[in-house]
Design a protein around this ligand. Sequence first.
Ligand SMILES: [Zn+2]
Length: 420
Amino acid sequence: MNPNRRAGDGARRESHGSFRPPSMARLVWWLGLGALAFLAPVVLGGCWPYTLFPDYRFQTPTPFEGSRLFDPYSGATGRWWKANFHAHAYAWRGMTNGHQSAREVRRFYRHLGYDIACVSNYQSIDTGDPGDSDVIPVYEHGYNLHKIHELVIGAKRVTWLDFPLDQSLSDRQYVLDRLDQDGGIVALAHPWLRNGYPTRTLRYLTGYSLMEVARRGVVGADRWDAALSAGHLSWIIADDDEHDLARPGDTGVSWTMIQAPTKHRSDVIAALRAGHTYGVVGHHGVSDVGLREVTLRHDTLVVRTDPGATSFRFIGQNGELRREVRDSMEARYVVRSTDPYVRVEIVTPHTRMLLNPIIRYDGSALVRRTAKPMEPQEREDRALLAAGVIPVLGLLGFLGIPKGRRLEGRGTDRADDRCP
Ligand SMILES: [Zn+2]
């Protein structure tokens, strides 16, 4: 008699009517299968936009040039309105960070003296209360690891396309183009936050009209200067990006002033497009001084405020300080022929005001740079090149080619994290 067989039979008999714990291997197998079933849709859902493979041809960064100077404030009419375009309310059943209702947020800002109080929830447009004609529809776009977010002001519909993981330069451009095509005016939101828009990308990207240069009391002017220095024009907005009205420091610390005939949606959006704005960093929605005048007289920029300004700073190409005037109500700067742009910051003990730039142009209409998607044939050629080169590079790496001799930057020429 086979002792092994008897033992097995006995074990099978004992299993009838009693619980047999699963073996470790079987447990791992089922756990793995469950994890795969859960992760597969997430991974596939996150990766599908990358299959669109949008490649762009970017223009070489060049400073603004021309014999004439464009002054965005010259054509502005009407009074100045105080606005916050970036605030979050409770949304998406609490999955996103917003604590009060949209109505409470709007009411709070109006009590604080704001004329325009927007709610910019993630991927959701606030349409206001019934009959409220003052509401400007805004939403914040973006659901990705690096907080690459945009505000769409005057939005008509939500754009759901995004690249949730890393984003190449072309991926970013593709999103901006889609947002621009889908209506509204596009602003880069807090571009320095989690390095969402590195300065090197801002030398190439286009397709946006506004940049959130100040957010919740923090100024990220280096990103603005990087784009302006490369010839990419955008006008300033400044916002709180409020998430909780009860949290100190979340409200009334950064706002946008807009000069427009009325605060109706169409006038405000036209003023945003035209650059009739400046940004303010202050406290409780209050500025130390009022801006009285910004005028370009021939080639001389004249700025005047109420008493109280401690410094007027004229800033030019690459963010360099061109001139500083202290303890005065008025400051002047003669724009040099070598200045592609000049912008002004006014500093007081508790306030910082950032004005839009005066830029060089040829005297006709302002021309915005564009980035063009590559032709299908061009894309195929590059994909084939990449398909051939990448395995060769991998083989060379595997064979242990000394580091100094390794080929660099000769793989795919797709405009990715490397800027072109
Ligand atoms: Zn936000």
